[in-house]
Every structure is written in C-alpha cells, then in structure tokens.
Design a binder for this molecule. Sequence first.
Ligand code: SIN
Length: 344
Amino acid sequence: MATPTTQDQAFQQPRRRLLQGLAAAAVLPAAFARAAPAALTIRLSHVVAEDTPKGLAAKRFQALVQERSGGRILVTVYPDARLYGDHDEMQALQLGAVEMLAPSLSKFGRIGFPEFELFDLPYLFPDLAVVRRITQGALGQRMLDRLARQQLVGLGFMDNGFKHMSANRPLLEPAHFVGMRMRIQASRVIAAQMRALGARPVTLAFSETRQALAAHVVDGTENPISNFWTQSMNEVQTDLSLTQHAYLGYAFVANRRFWNAMAASDRELVGTALREALEFGNQIADTQNEKALAALRDAGGTRIHTPTPPQMARMRQAVEPVHTGLARRIGAAWLDDARKAIES
Ligand code: SIN
C-alpha cells in the first residue's frame, strides 16, 4: 500500500501497466482510424467517470474538435483510468503514449510543481468565484507556463468543486477523525491536513479508492460529491459529512512535442475547442455536484450531515497550522501572490 512517503516510488512503479497501456493506445486509434480516417488523433486520458464535470467537459471537447475539423482531428477519450491511472498517467504523457491528460491540481506537486498544492489548502477559498481569480488570471497562467519545464503544455484550468468527508461515521469535527485511515491524493498539503485533524493519511490512486474502502483498507476519504456518487462510494460508506473544507480542480495538459508539432491552424482549433469545453465544464460543475447530492438523497442509505458553526470553527482551527507548516513547500512567493489574488 502506498503511503505519502512513497509517492515518488509509486509514480515510477507500474511499468508493466504502462507498457500494456502503450500497446492498447497504439491499437485502439488504429481501429478507429479504419472506421473514420483522421489525420490526427488526440488521446485524452482521465481517471473519473464520464458523468462528472471533467468527464462531460472532455466529451464536449471531443465533439467540438470533431465537428470543427470535419472529422480530420479525432479526440479519443479514455475515462475511468481505463488506459492510465494516477500512478502512470504523467509518465505516459511525457513518453507520448497519450497526448492529453486532465489531472487534479493535487497531482502536480509530486512531479516538481509543489506550488499547485496551494489549491489543496483547507478553507483557503470561500467559493468558486474566488478560486477563479487565480485560475483565470495572471497567476494561473504563470503556473500553467511553468509546466513547460517537464515537457508539458498547460492548456487551462477547470473546477470540480469543494470536497466533503466520507466514512462509516460522521466526520464533523477533529475529535471524529482520531485514528481514522483516510485515503488521500498524493499531495503533501492534503496529508498534512489529515494529520492536523488527527487522521492517518493513506495515498491511493483514485481508481483503487472504492475497493480500498470496501475492503476496509482505509476508513474514509474526501471528494466532491460528483466523484463520490459516480464511483458508487455510497455503497461502501454510510456517512457523508458536508464539510466543504477544500477545493478540487483540474489542469488540462498536453505533451509538448505533440503540441508544437501540430500545424498552427490545428493548434488554434484544438486550443479554442478546449477553452470552450473548459468554460462549459465550469458552468456545469456546480450543477453536477448538486445533481449528485440529490441522487444520493434519493437513493437513500447514506446519512448526510452538515457541521454546525461551532464544529466548523473547530475544523478550521485544527487545520490552520497547515497553512504555515506547508508554506515553505508551496513557496512563500506563490502563497503571497495567491492571497493577493484572493483578496483582490
Ligand atoms: C479526479 O477528480 O480527477 C480524482 C480526484 C481524486 O483522486 O480524488
């Protein structure tokens, strides 16, 4: 089982899966090409279900490119970690086994961009409008531009929404977290947040989470409701606590060599289609999460809790040290700029 201290190992580990994926990626577009000849294929891999904000934005991108290129450019979307998962997707992109990914921002720290973990800081953002002052502004663009250092092109940000806590008990204040093994993404900030609450963070790939919860390898996790619902985590967790304690968003990225090799007009077409798809994703993110909450209530079986104001205050107080404790990792200058953008 990977732990926060073995993140980098986990990132390099599953070579066999990577090779299998490379083989599959080589075969699938060729089969597609026979049905509808395309001059250019863009393989876009992601780890969540199709019926999520990211999944729907990816489909919109696929449709826009298909329509505007008259079928000359084919986008093949691989959802649900069917091709690559958290352990190997970045490596697959860098090796050119896929052309595009849309990882959550929490997954950029371990490949050398710890400043992306500022988005994980608990209770930093009161709402999505404030997040967008960073993601849609100069600071966000600077963050995307830096990805070139790892042969990536940062194409744009997209929201999912705010995360909530789930387990087989309510998790509404720090006393409820003591001793709980909580699945997290590979982010040092999230690990520190869980420790500050008294829990034990366990880093696991998104695609392994539901099974790990079912097998009681971990006791709980955090996610926006659209991810919780579409992974059927309600079948393996009895309680969802609406803590809304931190943000989860994405950066859509491309392999730099692939991107630069495209004809300028194709780059323009693909870039414009993606910007529109991300706008669409941002518009539906809130409603997808609301729909997921309604579906969860309708399904019954999940106890849904809302923290009281005093419980919320205790949560905030417990995680406050994470902001100072992780400032060095994120970078003081990045944090200053983020705070200025937030307060602007
Ligand atoms: C995602 O939304 O892409 C996955 C988030 C997670 O790993 O928890």
